[in-house]
Design a protein around this ligand. Structure first.
Ligand code: ADP
Ligand code: F6P
Length: 319
């Protein structure tokens, strides 16, 4: 392929810019023309194609968000929307498309592939909710942002002898809560994949004088419920004051970590290499520390497995 396009779609994630930069520079560097599409899949329908050059991606590897902008696009779920996109891609002579986004965006890329337009997916979401890859782009940075917040909240909870519920993002996936709970020393981790009742939460918290703890942190994944509801329930069950914090959009922003810049760069280069060989309909990921790709239909159909061993380990080491 000689002319390709790249877009970012769905929720933004730190490291998307590193991936765009790698696609543009590696593509042009190996003799291709590269177009950016603004506002994700919506931009395909609205004909928002921008020719990129080496300087279009200067000074962005360290920036969160996405220079191409992102959007959610309900019209892309319709065959008419997908056909409009292909008309525009073909009008610009584009032969292959790289979609950086989460599982929803991958459904869009899969639809294009099924209509015969070669598309490659790069996993860009803080949620880490894609089964075929060990890590998604943005997850590591979001974890570090959450850990920073836990450390700060811990200081004040400890001084005032209080309990804090910290609600984190992740949609239906508990990975942000699991990893940050483990690494932030949370006494309790509440995730959608492994239900626990209020009795267990009280027991694991250990703040009723039985194990000497006088403050605590509960990491709650948004997919498992609201912090305010848990706070009301827990307040009736512990002598300590219970506070709650919803971390919100700070988890999606910020300068990408070393890991996310590395992943963005490697994913981007791998995707361009596939298109340059005429290979489409794949999704790029990392498995056992190796960058790899797999069939887009197969990969999208995989169900993510929750790491219950890690969960149980976290529960024991935080007592
Ligand atoms: P993410 O990619 O981060 O998971 P969303 O789930 O919001 O974010 O999906 C992003 C976009 O992907 C949607 O706004 C829509 O344009 C497209 N999309 C989602 N599901 C489908 C589908 N079943 N078919 C085609 N496109 C889809
Ligand atoms: O998928 C990323 C994510 O940040 C989720 O963790 C969260 O549930 C959702 O997006 C929020 O979406 P929006 O940007 O529409 O508020």
């Amino acid at each position: 392929m000689k002319r390709i396009a790249v877009l970012t779609s769905g929720g933004d994630a730190p490291g998307m810019n590193a991936a765009i930069r790698a696609v543009v520079r590696y593509g042009i560097g190996t003799g291709m023309e590269v177009f950016g599409v603004e506002r994700g899949l919506q931009g395909l329908i609205d004909d928002a194609f921008v020719p990129m050059n080496m300087r279009s991606v200067s000074d962005i590897i360290q920036r969160g968000g996405t220079i191409l902008k992102t959007a959610r696009c309900p019209e892309f779920k319709t065959v008419e929307g997908q056909k409009k996109a292909i008309v525009n891609l073909e009008k610009h002579g584009i032969e292959g498309l790289i979609v950086i986004g989460g599982d929803g965006s991958f459904m869009g890329a899969k639809a294009l592939s099924e209509h015969g337009f070669p598309s490659i997916g790069i996993p860009g979401t803080i949620d880490n909710d894609l089964a075929y890859t060990d890590y998604t782009l943005g997850f590591d940075t979001a974890c570090n942002t959450i850990l920073d917040a836990i450390n700060k909240i811990r200081d004040t909870m400890s001084s005032h002898e209080r309990v804090s519920i910290i609600e984190v993002m992740g949609r239906n996936c508990g990975d942000l809560a699991l990893y940050c709970g483990l690494c932030g020393g949370a006494e309790v981790i509440v995730v959608p994949e492994h239900k626990i009742g209020i009795d267990d939460i009280v027991k694991f918290l250990g703040c009723n004088g039985d194990n000497g703890k006088t403050s605590g942190i509960i990491l709650l994944a948004e997919g498992a419920g609201r912090a305010s509801d848990l706070k009301d329930e827990l307040s009736k069950r512990t002598p300590l004051a219970v506070k709650s914090t919803v971390l919100g959009y700070q988890q999606r922003g910020g300068s990408p970590s070393c890991r996310d810049r590395y992943l963005g760069t490697c994913f981007g280069v791998h995707a361009v290499k596939l298109l340059s060989k005429g290979v489409g309909n794949r999704i790029v990921g990392i498995k056992d520390n190796k960058i790899y790709d797999m069939d887009i239909v197969e990969g999208c159909a995989m169900k993510k497995k929750f790491d219950i061993d890690l969960y149980e380990m976290a529960q024991i080491v935080s007592r």
